[in-house]
Ligand binder design. Structure first.
Ligand code: NCD
Length: 336
């Protein structure tokens, strides 16, 4: 059973971040302020030393048993920016799970040595189960979901929304914008979680373009219909490009192919190209959670509308903001 957001919070602070719906707009805005303050601090030596003093002596474990490099390193960098030391477990085979230990016992053991467990795990809901376990046993530890199966990727959504917030800062913010999500919307957790965070903004319009077999699942479509001013679903990209304030590209998540479901997708049907960029607004924002395949050719990286490399960097700062919030040093960072 899902835990309600209240249980995962203590005195207005998130203790665990396991589900995207835990984010509220004021909380996001606070995290953005901390991320901006930390980014600024880090531009000087005394500032970066001050920042690193924030959580010195605290320890984070990166428990990443699904492939990851950017999220893993982004969290590692974020934790060390705040002075935390980090350790890692990247394969279940190296843990006592192979001796028949339950996954919860394994994580509980790790929690004895760390203040924060950041986890990427193939089974949806596992980070939530860990959070519940820590609450039940009154273990004062924190859990962050760094990606759970096809289900959720709350911190990717956090960095995506932080990127949109920065890009639209001088253009009235995210409210009222039209966002085009493209690619494997059925199995891509990044797109699912972003769609969820977009529901926190007013008057947002969303277009969802994917090959028909990779359409966004019903639960998210229903959520979108409830919250967005307008939501359009299609398998054709071209007619949506000129309306978009932001385009969020994703790759086909073929690691989830099975013998029953292995769609043969022709990416050229929706991949961006010079001519498709030509249809975009001059100030549109093009994003991608990465890794990319052929959805965006590298020749387009220099186009000022391509913001995915900035998005990667924003990810580290957004995670600094989140960790600072959860471990209680936002005032220190902001007041510097
Ligand atoms: C995303 C993921 O793992 O869901 N990548 C990431 O965290 N940056 C998107 C993807 O793998 O396609």
């Amino acid at each position: 059973m899902a835990i309600d957001s209240q249980t995962l919070t203590y005195r207005g602070r998130l203790v665990h971040m396991v589900r995207t719906h835990q984010f509220t707009r004021p909380l996001l805005e606070d995290i953005f302020d901390v991320a901006d303050a930390a980014r600024l601090l880090n531009t000087s030596r005394p500032g970066s030393i001050y920042l690193q003093d924030s959580l010195v002596g605290r320890r984070a474990l990166l428990y990443f048993v699904q492939p990851s490099s950017r999220t893993f390193l982004s969290f590692q960098a974020a934790a060390s920016m705040l002075g935390m030391s980090t350790s890692e477990v990247r394969e279940r085979e190296t843990s006592s799970e192979v001796k028949g230990e339950s996954a919860l016992d394994t994580v509980r053991t790790y929690a004895m040595y760390h203040d924060l467990i950041i986890m990427r795990y193939p089974e949806p809901g596992f980070s939530e189960q860990c959070a519940r376990h820590f609450i039940d046993y009154d273990l004062r530890r924190h859990v962050i979901n760094g990606g759970s199966g096809q289900d959720e990727h709350p911190t990717q959504a956090l960095l995506d929304i932080y990127t949109l917030h920065r890009e639209f800062y001088n253009r009235g913010g995210i409210d009222g914008k039209r966002i085009l999500l493209v690619g494997d919307l059925a199995r891509g957790r990044a797109a699912r979680s972003l769609l969820q965070l977009l529901t926190l903004y007013e008057g947002v319009n969303v277009d969802l373009v994917s090959p028909s077999e990779l359409r966004m699942k019903e639960d998210m479509l229903r959520l979108g219909e409830k919250y967005f001013t307008d939501i359009r679903v299609s398998d054709q990209i071209d007619k949506f490009l000129s309306d978009a304030d932001a385009v969020y590209m994703t790759r086909v998540q073929s690691e989830y192919d099975s013998k029953d479901f292995s769609p043969q997708v022709d990416e050229s049907g929706y991949a961006l190209s010079d001519s498709r960029y030509g249809l975009l607004k001059s100030n549109a924002v093009v994003m991608h959670p990465l890794p990319r395949r052929d959805e965006i050719p590298t020749e387009l990286d220099r186009d000022p509308r391509s913001r995915y490399w900035e998005q990667v960097e924003n990810g580290m700062w957004a995670r600094v903001g989140l960790i600072a919030h959860m471990l209680g040093c936002t005032e220190r960072v902001k007041s510097s």
